[in-house]
Every structure is written in C-alpha cells, then in structure tokens.
Design a protein around this ligand. Structure first.
Ligand SMILES: [Zn+2]
Length: 324
C-alpha cells in the first residue's frame, strides 16, 4: 500500500514544474521595456504569497536537477540580471519586505568600472546577505560571436574580479542577452565549474531539465502572471534549425517528440503560429522563410503554453552595447 501511495505521489511530482523568473530594472521609467515598477512587483509578490507558491533559492532547484530529484510544484525562484542600481534602490527593499530570496547576476565590467547605473561591489556584498550573487560575464558580450578562447578570457576575468571583490566564488552563470549555442555552453562547461547555467528561454523546470540549460521567464513591464505560470516545457529533441542559416533562409524544422502527438503547433518569429504534422514522433516540416530579425525564436508544442524554444541568432561582426 505504501509503495502504491509512493508511486502515486512520485507520479504527481514527475508532472510538477517550477518556474524561474528574470527581472532587469526596477522602478526606472527611462527603460520601460526592461522595467518592473514597484507597484507591479508588489502585485506579483502578493500573488505568489496568496496563491500558495514557495519562493526558493535558485541553488535549491539546481541541486535537485543534479540529483535528478523531482521538483515540488509551485516552487518559484527569482533572478535579476545585470545588477542595476535600481535593483539596490527600488527592488531589494520589496524583496526584503516579503522575505523573498533572489539570485543576482553581475555584469562585472560595469560594476568594476563603477558605471553609474550599476551596483558597486559594496552594494553587491550587502545584497549577498539576502540572496546569492552569480556571474553574468565580464564585458556583456554576445558570446556566440566569440571564439572559445575569447569566451574563456571574458569569463576568467569576470570570475577573478568577482572572487577578489566579494570574497567567494560564483557558482551560477547567466548568459548575456540569454544568447548561447553549443559552442558557448561547452566552452563554459569544459573550463569552469559552474553548478548552474541559465538561459532566457520561456519554460518551466522539471526533473528532466539540464542544470546547465535552465529556462527563465522574463517579467518586465506589466505581465499576466497567471499566463506566465501556465508555461511548461515540452520535451523536444531538436535537429534543425541548429544555428542561424548562413543565407538567412529557414528551410527546415526537424525534431523528435513524444510519438503520441499527431499534430503540434509551430511558432516562428515574424510568422506566428502554424500547425505541423508529426509522423511516428518526428516533425519534419519544410519551409522557405527569409528571417528578417537577427534573433529568431522557434517554438514547438501541443499548445501555446506547453512549448520548447529554439533561439537562433545571427552572428554579427559588430555588437551594439545595449544591455539586456
Ligand atoms: Zn544582461
């Protein structure tokens, strides 16, 4: 009997999904598209508080992923990218008021060179009493544009300055702009000992999530939190596209999914949603689309909330310094 009960509960846990959110700026009207107002943040925190969500440190989720342990439902974790001054001034007091912990990812060059808009090392040290601090690169580059040596160089520089100034080593990393590919991921894994690496692909976290490829849902401007919490990750093994096509023309969507599906929905940036057929667990959809955007999101899933993301970015020789 006990084992049957255990099996039932295990099954429930297998379906359980945690959500990790990413914020950028707080109460900073100069940057509306990256901003969360104090009113909006308070509204979101009230929602989590009154609807039975448990706010946990990101590391707790990452540890479970390494141990391949089920993740309890209704767990949420908060992350903040770039360590803007506005987090220290306007966000942190609200996190403290609710007793909600967070992981803050430092853009090391900006902090180290004391760019006015960013937290200082002292402010980061103070914030580390309420949350954890992770790495968000040295120069905030588009990592896909760099060679493996350059990726190592940027990360090592960030790692050393972080450790010297804060007195502890970073164990978690978030990609600048959420952009990465296999080369970027493998370079970080082969050269550094991060426990968790985070992207910015919309989705949930469950027992199958790779701790080195953890999805986060962006919460900026006004959001419908109930919608965001409905997002769950759909299991897809992607074959194509792998990278941004050289000629800019997307010709094939090729992926492996659960064979129980006969039809799925496919989303492509600039194109919207379309239905695609699944034959024996394989999606093989031919198309001929010129990709106008430098960043294209391809999503596949049985419905718009149950999805797998594939983001392909055009490699640009020159980068623009707009931090995200
Ligand atoms: Zn960033």
């Amino acid at each position: 009997m006990r084992s049957i009960l255990f099996l039932c509960f295990s099954f429930l846990y297998l379906l359980a999904e945690a959500h990790i959110f990413v914020y950028h700026r707080f109460d900073d009207p100069r940057y509306k598209s990256a901003d969360t107002t104090a009113t909006e943040l308070t509204k979101q925190f009230e929602y989590f508080k009154t609807n039975g969500y448990t706010v946990v440190p990101l590391e707790k989720i990452v540890q479970k992923l390494h141990k391949k342990e089920p993740i309890p439902d209704k767990w949420v974790a908060f992350t903040i990218d770039d360590a803007y001054k506005s987090f220290y001034e306007n966000g942190l007091p609200i996190f403290q008021k609710y007793g909600y912990t967070f992981s803050l990812f430092v853009y090391v060059e900006a902090t180290n060179k004391r760019y006015g808009d960013y937290m200082t090392w002292d402010e980061l040290k103070e914030a580390s009493e309420y949350g954890t601090i992770g790495l968000h690169s040295y120069g905030h580059p588009r990592l896909q544009n760099l060679t493996p040596d350059q990726i190592v160089e940027d990360t090592q520089k960030a790692y050393d300055l972080f450790t010297q100034n804060l007195g502890f080593e970073p164990t978690i990393y978030a990609y600048p702009y959420g952009e990465y590919d296999d080369k970027v991921k493998n370079t970080l894994l082969e050269n550094f000992n991060f426990q968790g690496i985070l992207n910015q692909n919309t989705g949930s976290v469950n027992i199958k999530t790779d701790p080195y490829d953890v999805p986060r849902i962006a919460l900026v401007a006004e959001v419908n939190l109930e919608h965001k919490l409905r997002y769950t990750t759909f299991a897809v093994e992607w074959f194509a596209p792998e990278v941004f096509p050289k000629d800019g023309v997307l010709k094939r969507i090729h992926a492996k999914v659960d064979p129980k599906y006969k039809k799925l929905k496919l989303y492509i940036t600039g194109e919207g949603w379309r239905d695609v057929d699944v034959v024996d667990g394989i999606v093989d959809h031919r198309l001929d689309i010129y990709l106008k955007n430098t960043r294209t999101r391809v999503m596949l899933g049985p419905d718009v909330f149950t999805i797998s993301n594939k983001i392909i970015n055009k490699i640009k020789p020159k980068e623009k310094k707009d931090v995200e």
